[in-house]
Design a protein around this ligand. Sequence first.
Ligand code: SF4
Length: 219
Amino acid sequence: MLIAINKAHFPVTVLGPGRRIGIWLQGCSIGCPGCVSRDTWATDAGRNMPLAQLLAWCRDVSGGQLDGVTLSGGEPFDQPLALAALLDGLAQWRTGAGLDFDLLCYSGYPQARLAERHPHILAKLDALIPEPYVDNLPLARLWRGSANQTLVPLSERGRRVYAPYLDAAADTLSKRMQLAVDGRRLWFAGIPARGDMERLEALCKARGLQLDDKSWGRA
Ligand code: SF4
């Protein structure tokens, strides 16, 4: 089984509680205006990797010391077979190693559509953040990019872990973005507030760093 991946990182601390593995799937057919992750939109066979390799990386990079796994993108549900297999692999690791991390997934599809088309995938998740990003709605709640997006616990573990955060304000925690440099690529994790990316560009420019291509801003 192959899965198309944009990037993966550990620890991610801005997309769910605790220290998490973050996996961004490649490919999104939704195209929300104002999306800050346009680099994840294209379907790109060059981004395919064996699922077993990704699962081995998860085990190695975290050493089993993780609070959760966050799946984002791109649109994870645009690869339903690979997404289901990834969740199965993560759940098998969790059970086999006696761990208790949670599985959180973002989606730009409405919750009702996911419940209708992918109930078997929702059954594998502990929590879901569905609905498209809406650029003219404010950043209101923690880990959600626009006020229409909800945090939906889907399991007993999900209800336990996410109960304190369902209506938490966007700035409940001390930071909302992480930045990393990978070769000539500067990338971020998290939920930028309106104007954050422009402020980041200005900071880079003030330090002599020219950004040639950006995943944010209107196409
Ligand atoms: S916000 Fe998410 S669902 Fe919307 S276009 Fe961007 S990657 Fe796709």
